[in-house]
Each structure stands twice: as structure tokens, then as C-alpha cells.
Design a protein around this ligand. Structure first.
Ligand SMILES: [Zn+2]
Length: 116
């Protein structure tokens, strides 16, 4: 079942396919589907990963995180060092309130695909 996120308050809900308003923010906030994107390229994987965070794709910090993930990919050896990076990165974003608990696993799934 897809997960939808409010672009204003960041609240997430799991619902069947459909269009939803945020129950807190009301009709100014159409929830955005953030799950189940097919991963074909590294670009898809990193986008899939970072769209789990509360940072808007249009925000400069989004590009900054893309660069950090790319640097980790090129610097770290294949296998567990890269996987550990993804887990630590997720944990750090979670502690800072930039990645919600329920989206940590999905963030990591995309991250592992990126790091393959
Ligand atoms: Zn909201």
C-alpha cells in the first residue's frame, strides 16, 4: 500500500491508491505519494532514497545530500561499508528529524540499491 506525505507538515499516512488531503493542514495540502517508485537507474535510487526525507526535492539541501551519497558511493568499497553508510546516514537523518521512523526502512532499501 502506498505511503502519502503532507508537503506542509510532513505527516505520513499509508492508504490505498487515491487522492488525500492532510487531516491536519486541510484542503490546502494534497498528500504526495512517496512510495513504490520503480528503480532502474542510480538516479532513481538516490531520488527514491532522498524523497523519504522531509527535504523538498527543490531545496538546495536535496542536491547537497545527492552529492554526499555519490561521494560515499565512489569512496567506499563495495559491500558492507556502503551498507553501513546507508544505515548510519538514515539513523543520523532520523535523529535530526529529517527522516521519519516509518520511512527509515524504505530509505535504506533505496540506498542499498544505489550502493550496489
Ligand atoms: Zn499536513
Amino acid at each position: 500500500m502506498p505511503i502519502y506525505r503532507c508537503p506542509i507538515c510532513g505527516r505520513t499516512v499509508k492508504r490505498p491508491e487515491g487522492t488525500y488531503y492532510c487531516s491536519k493542514c486541510g484542503q490546502i495540502a494534497t498528500m504526495v505519494k512517496i512510495s513504490e517508485k520503480k528503480v532502474v537507474t542510480k538516479e532513481d535510487a538516490v531520488r527514491g532514497m532522498l524523497t523519504q526525507t522531509t527535504i523538498a526535492p527543490t531545496h538546495a539541501a536535496f542536491s547537497l545530500l545527492e552529492s554526499a551519497v555519490f561521494a560515499a558511493y565512489t569512496t567506499l568499497p563495495k559491500g558492507s561499508p556502503r551498507r553501513v553508510f546507508v544505515q548510519d546516514f538514515a539513523a543520523s537523518l532520523n535523529r535530526k528529524g529529517l527522516l521519519r521512523n516509518e520511512l527509515v526502512d524504505r530509505f535504506c532499501e533505496y540506498g542499498y540499491k544505489y550502493m550496489e
